[in-house]
Design a protein around this ligand. Structure first.
Ligand SMILES: C[S@@+](CC[C@H](N)C(=O)[O-])C[C@H]1O[C@@H](n2cnc3c(N)ncnc32)[C@H](O)[C@@H]1O
Length: 202
């Protein structure tokens, strides 16, 4: 292990290795439960959620530099020491960088829906994804999903519903009420959003 360094005034993790798992103890001041948002965008949700939960650590994963910089600005402005950002592809992060069974929750909100049938192969959540999530979650861990795309939602609940390792649960009210940037935009345009959550055995 030992794969990350970061400028002390910067919440963006500078990866020293892209093939070894992150050393979480090096990233955070306190050892406490970890939650990860994949494709965190401008991180409005994650920065606010991290502010409300100083007793947990959070990592935002985002492929676009401009967006991960917004996580950094928001987190620094709020003085957060329990939030970090990693600029990388989400599946790669789960495969190679997140230590096995280290996250108590994964949040995946409005992943790109790739609506055209010939592009469905690019979707993050596919048949093999639940295994990746299972390997990432600690026992009793939860994956939270949201999308505006009905076809993608059917695929999400199809693959997690077919996996013996996951049981569908209700999304807690605190999360239902805390909207993401994209969700706020969809609501403003009158577009319905869908959500689901799945827990692994404790
Ligand atoms: C539709 S936006 C949603 C952002 C945020 N979750 C929200 O709800 O406001 C999708 C985000 O995921 C990022 N993204 C898409 N595919 C990704 C991938 N495979 N790995 C990492 N980030 C990804 C995009 O750059 C974008 O910021």
């Amino acid at each position: 292990m030992a794969s990350a360094s970061s400028n002390p005034s910067d919440l963006i993790v500078e990866l020293r290795s892209i093939v070894e798992p992150l050393d979480l103890a090096e990233l955070f001041r306190k050892s406490q439960p970890l939650e990860v948002e994949l494709g965190c965008g401008d991180a409005s949700f994650l920065a606010e959620y991290a502010r409300r939960h100083p007793e947990r650590n959070f990592i935002g994963v985002e492929r676009l530099l401009g967006r991960i910089r917004k996580l950094d600005r928001k987190g620094q402005r709020a003085g957060l020491t329990n939030l970090r950002g990693v600029q990388i592809e989400s599946s790669y992060f789960l495969h190679y960088l997140l230590p096995p069974h280290s996250a108590s929750a994964l949040h995946i909100y409005f992943p790109d829906p790739w609506p055209k049938k010939r592009h469905h192969k690019n979707r993050l959540i596919n048949e093999s994804f639940p295994q990746l999530v299972f390997a990432a979650l600690a026992p009793g861990g939860v994956v939270y999903l949201r999308t505006d795309d009905e076809d993608y939602f059917a695929q999400m609940i199809g693959v997690f519903g077919a996996s013996k390792e996951f049981q569908r649960i209700e999304t807690p009210p605190e999360l239902v009420e805390l909207l993401t940037d994209f969700e706020r935009e969809f609501r403003a345009r009158g577009i319905q959003t869908l959500r689901a959550a799945y827990r692994t055995p404790a």
